[in-house]
Design a protein. Structure first.
Length: 176
């Protein structure tokens, strides 16, 4: 009887281990099929995207990066889904959030972000967040559109993500 119990336990351990391996492989496979933003947006490799990306220090275990999107940035990665916008009257930021601690799926960036302009005014995004990546609540990327400011530098402010009151990303004038 003891030997039969040992065999059953060993078989159970093997089955559970195989199931766990299949689940892990399936999650990796799913993540690899998700659309990506600018390659490794949290630490861009260079080019136009590298010049126009701002990243925070990963406060509260959440790294947030924002890339000011231009025609050159879209041209660097033709696979990147381009949102519908008018570059003459609007500007677009690709915002990426990455963590392994916080559930990012609850954050509504179109409600938490504002664009501070050189005259001190703040404007809200034009419309909702346009998602390009939603990976199990820990990796999110998407676009925020704003009315193009008249002149001067702009600062994208993202409030209350991961318990940090605000994260600021600034681009100097003239904007491309």
């Amino acid at each position: 009887m003891n030997r039969a119990v040992g065999v059953v336990i060993a078989l159970f351990v093997v089955i559970v281990g195989a199931w766990a391996a299949l689940v892990a492989f399936g999650q990796q496979e799913r993540a690899s099929r998700l659309p990506t933003a600018v390659p490794n947006i949290s630490s861009p490799a260079g080019g136009e995207a590298g010049k126009l990306t701002r990243s925070d220090k990963g406060e509260a275990n959440v790294n947030v990066s924002a890339t000011y999107m231009t025609g050159k940035v879209f041209a660097e990665d033709p696979a990147l889904k381009k949102p519908d916008y008018d570059p003459k009257s609007q500007i677009v930021f690709l915002v990426a959030m990455n963590t392994h601690v916080v559930d990012l799926s609850t954050y509504k960036l179109d409600k938490l972000a504002v664009l501070a302009q050189s005259d001190g005014s703040e404007v809200k995004p034009l419309g909702p967040w346009i998602s390009v990546q939603e990976a199990m609540g820990h990796h999110r990327s998407g676009y925020l559109k704003f009315k193009r400011p008249a002149d001067g530098p702009v600062t994208l402010i993202i409030k209350a993500v991961g318990g940090v009151p605000e994260r600021r990303f600034t681009w100097d004038a003239p904007l491309p």
